[in-house]
Design a protein around this ligand. Structure first.
Ligand code: FES
Ligand SMILES: [Fe+2]
Length: 462
C-alpha cells in the first residue's frame, strides 16, 4: 500500500511533476517506424509525457518531431501538407523543416519571422523499428541507449504499439508480477485447465471434472495449437504461480528471478527452474520467452494513456501476423495496426465473452496482450494504491515502485536518475526457464545483467 502522495509521485508525468522531470531525462520512443513509414506520408499526431507532438517523414526520408500546434496561431500540424521537404500548416501555409526551421510564411512577405523563430522541434533517432526522441532539457541531453535488437536484420524482429487508456504504472507493474502469468493467462499457459481442478489445490467445484467440462469435450487440435503458442513464450512451469522470488537491485533498476522446484537433477540433487526478468527503468523490461527476447516499454502519452511497445527479437525471421494473432490483437474490436489504439470499452464489458468462460476460455478474452490491457483498464485509469492489500508474491511490484521513487529522488537531488549512464543494453537479457542446481547462483545465468550476485536460494530481500 502506498500513501496518496507516493501514488501521485509515481503516476504523474507532466512537465512540472517529479516523475515527469525524471522521465524527461531519457530518450523515449515516440512512435513505431511503420507509423511514419512513407516519405511525405501522413503526419502522425501523438503524445509523450503529456506533450502534444507531430511526427513526420519528409521527402528525403528524414524524420521530424515537432510540437503539434503551429507557432503562428496554433493550428494542428497533424492536418498539414507533407511535401517537398517539409510540413506545411494548412491554415496560412507556414512550412517547417524537420528541425523546426520555417522556410515559408505565405501570409508574411518579410523574412524576419523566418529568421527569428522556429517551431519547437526535438532530436530524433530511428533505431530498431522505433522512432526515439528526447524532449528534456537540451543542455542535459544524454547519450542514446542501445538495445540488443538494434543491429539485427529487420526481418528478425517485430515491433507492435498498443495505446491503452490507463496510467503507465499499472501496465508496468503487470510486467513485474510473475504470479499473474499462470492465472490471468491460463488459456495460453495451461490449456489443460479445462481437464483439471483449479490451480494450487483449491476445491474442484465441479466434482472432479474441473470447471464444468468433460475431458472428452476438449478440442484436441485447439489445445495443441494453444500449447505450441505457449511454447513460443514460456514453458509450462509458469503454471506454478507461487515461485520463490529472487530480487536484486541493478544500476538500471533491478532484476528478479522466479525460482520454481526443478525436480532432481541428473545427479539426484535438487534443482531450480529459473526465469529471470530484467527491469530497465524508467519504462522497460524484458520478459523471459523461449523463442525470442521479448522487450516491453510502457511509455506515458499522458497520465491516463500509455503507449506499450512490444518488441519480439529472435534469431530467425519473425512472423508479424502470427505474433498479432497470438497476442490477441487480431480482433479489430480491440486493436488495429494503423492507429494502434486499444479500443475495448465497458459498453460491452471490455469485450469479454462470458458464454465462452464456461469450459472453453478461462478469461473470456483471447491472447495475453488483450488480457493484460483489459485487466489494467478494469483498475480504473489510475489505480488508487492507498486501497490495496499486498501479499509476498507482490514483492517485485513493490521493488518497481521503490526503484522508481529512488530514481525520482536522485533526479530531484540534481543527480542522474537510475540507468541514465548506461549506453549499451545489449548484454542485458531475459532468461527463460533454465534448470540449475540449487547450490548455484541464479545470477550466473545472466552475467550481462549487471547483477551483484546473491545466494542461490530465493532470498528476495536485500
Ligand atoms: S496557424 Fe499555422 S500558418 Fe497560421
Ligand atoms: Fe500479463
Amino acid at each position: 500500500m502506498l500513501s496518496a502522495a507516493e501514488n501521485e509521485t509515481l503516476t504523474r508525468t507532466g512537465p512540472d511533476m517529479p516523475m515527469g522531470r525524471m522521465m524527461r531525462r531519457f530518450w523515449l520512443p515516440v512512435c513505431s517506424s511503420h507509423q511514419v513509414a512513407e516519405p511525405d506520408g501522413d503526419p502522425l499526431r501523438t503524445q509523450l509525457l503529456g506533450e502534444y507532438l507531430v511526427v513526420f517523414r519528409d521527402t528525403d526520408g528524414k524524420l521530424g518531431v515537432l510540437d503539434e500546434f503551429c507557432i503562428h496561431r496554433r493550428a494542428s500540424l497533424a492536418l498539414g501538407r507533407n511535401e517537398e521537404g517539409g510540413l506545411r500548416c494548412l491554415l496560412h501555409g507556414w512550412k517547417f523543416c524537420t528541425d523546426g526551421t520555417i522556410t515559408e510564411t505565405p501570409n508574411h512577405a518579410s523574412s524576419n519571422v523566418r529568421n527569428k523563430v522556429k517551431q519547437p522541434a526535438y532530436p530524433v533517432i530511428e533505431a530498431g523499428g522505433m522512432v526515439w526522441t528526447y524532449i528534456g532539457d537540451a543542455e542535459k541531453q544524454p547519450p542514446f541507449q542501445k538495445y540488443g535488437w538494434f543491429d539485427a536484420p529487420a526481418e528478425n524482429y517485430v515491433v507492435l504499439r498498443i495505446n491503452t487508456p490507463v496510467n503507465y504504472l499499472q501496465l508496468y507493474e503487470g510486467g513485474t508480477d510473475s504470479a499473474h502469468v499462470g492465472i490471468l493467462h491460463m488459456n495460453m499457459m495451461n490449456p489443460g485447465w479445462k481437464d483439471s481442478a483449479f490451480v494450487d489445490g483449491k476445491t474442484d467445484q465441479d466434482g472432479g471434472k474441473g470447471w464444468g467440462v468433460d475431458a472428452g469435450e476438449q478440442d484436441a487440435s485447439l489445445r495443441k495449437a494453444e500449447s505450441s503458442k505457449a511454447g513460443m513464450y514460456m514453458s509450462s512451469t509458469v503454471f506454478d504461480e507461487t515461485p520463490d522470488l529472487g530480487i536484486e537491485d541493478t544500476p538500471y533498476g533491478f532484476q528478479y528471478a522466479a525460482l520454481r522446484d526443478g525436480g532432481p537433477g541428473p545427479d539426484g540433487a535438487a534443482t531450480w527452474s529459473v526465469r529471470i526478468t530484467p527491469v530497465m527503468l524508467p519504462t522497460g523490461r524484458i520478459i523471459p520467452a523461449n523463442a525470442f527476447q521479448f522487450y516491453v516499454f510502457e511509455i506515458p502519452m499522458h497520465d491516463e494513456l500509455t503507449a506499450t511497445y512490444l518488441v519480439f527479437h529472435g534469431p530467425h525471421e519473425q512472423d508479424r501476423q502470427l505474433i498479432i494473432d497470438t497476442m490477441g490483437l487480431a480482433d479489430p474490436r480491440f486493436w488495429n495496426d494503423n492507429d494502434c489504439n486499444f479500443t475495448a470499452s465497458w459498453d460491452d464489458r471490455l469485450g469479454q465473452n462470458r458464454a465462452h468462460m464456461k469450459g472453453k476460455n478461462w478469461s473470456g478474452f483471447a491472447g495475453i496482450e488483450q488480457e493484460d490491457s483489459v485487466i489494467a483498464m478494469s483498475m480504473m485509469p489510475i489505480v488508487d494504491r492507498t486501497q490495496e492489500y499486498l501479499v509476498p508474491s507482490d514483492e517485485a511490484v513493490i521493488r518497481l515502485r521503490r526503484r522508481l521513487l529512488d530514481s525520482v529522488a536522485l533526479n530531484e537531488a540534481g543527480e542522474d536518475p537510475l540507468g541514465l549512464e548506461i549506453e549499451d543494453y545489449s548484454s542485458v537479457a531475459a532468461i527463460p526457464d533454465s534448470v540449475i542446481p540449487q547450490t548455484e547462483n541464479w545470477q550466473d545465468l545472466a552475467p550481462g545483467n549487471m547483477g551483484s550476485g546473491r545466494p542461490a536460494k530465493g532470498e528476495a530481500a536485500e
